[in-house]
Design a protein around this ligand. Structure first.
Ligand SMILES: [Zn+2]
Ligand SMILES: [Zn+2]
Length: 260
């Protein structure tokens, strides 16, 4: 397959300045694969990034952390991801070798620090609001026949929700766990009073939840393929990225995906 030399990408250059630019198609590093993007989701993290009052990084950033696409090329050291595989991108690009990563908890990678986030496409490395994106080979998760427009939001919104409930299903009674989910902030309104509102149970605990594990992504994709999870989306062409952001910002759309 002959790849083009250039592509369109949504570049964030300055606070509130994001525009479609023609840029070179990335070359995958030895441990990366190149995806032809099938769809890229927009969520409120993107709005937060767009409106962030400082430059996110000095050089322009390709936005997009909810990515689904098809492998079109692989790096020289990649032997286990075939060209043609349809996949979602696991967004925690963690170290893979620390105690938490090897335990499967890559969303709380120790290399990132106690409160920082592991590297995430579209928030540090270039993301998927483009025609092509290079991603670590270990980040891709098989999609089967799940449509890209469903898979893209599931790569974050589905993953984050799945992680928030997975592992505490046997806790919903005394010994309960409350989870503060995602990047929205907030203060939990709990009391240690022995009785009365807000009715915090004995043995209860609070967890601060970011993203999810690779297993969570595999599990939520399986639910989506079985028709048990469906993302409500509006679709926009990549060239309509700014109107899509404005719609999400103004009318609180349920969610959206960009099609390259
Ligand atoms: Zn998101
Ligand atoms: Zn790690």
């Amino acid at each position: 397959m002959t790849l083009p030399t250039h592509m369109c990408a949504l570049h964030l250059t300055d606070p509130d300045v994001a525009e479609i630019r023609e840029v070179p198609v990335p070359t995958p590093a030895a441990d990366q694969v190149l995806l032809k993007v099938g769809a890229a989701g927009i969520c409120h993290s993107d709005l937060h990034l767009l409106h962030f009052p400082y430059k996110v990084r000095e050089e322009p950033l390709t936005m997009g952390h909810e990515i689904a696409g098809t492998v079109v090329a692989v790096g020289s050291a990649v032997t286990d991801v075939p060209v043609g595989r349809r996949c979602a991108v696991y967004l925690c690009w963690s170290c893979g070798v620390c105690r938490e990563c090897v335990s499967g908890n890559e969303n709380v990678c120790l290399a990132a620090g106690r409160t920082a986030m592991p590297p995430c496409p579209g928030l540090g490395p270039d993301g998927g609001m483009a025609e092509y994106v290079a991603v670590p080979a270990r980040s891709v998760v098989d999609l089967g026949d799940l449509p890209f427009t469903q898979a893209a939001p599931i790569a974050d919104a589905g993953l984050t929700s799945m992680h928030a409930i997975a592992g505490v299903a046997d806790h919903l009674r005394p010994g309960a766990t409350a989870r503060m989910v995602g990047l929205g902030g907030g203060v939990p309104g709990v009391s240690a009073e022995p009785a009365g509102d807000p009715g915090w149970p004995w043995g209860g605990s609070i967890r601060k939840s970011y993203g999810g594990t690779r297993r969570d992504l595999i599990d939520v994709i399986a639910l989506a393929r079985a028709g048990k999870v469906t993302a409500a989306v509006e679709t926009f062409l990549l060239a309509q990225a700014r109107p899509a952001f404005e719609r999400l910002d103004a009318v609180r759309s349920e969610g959206g995906v960009l099609l390259p």
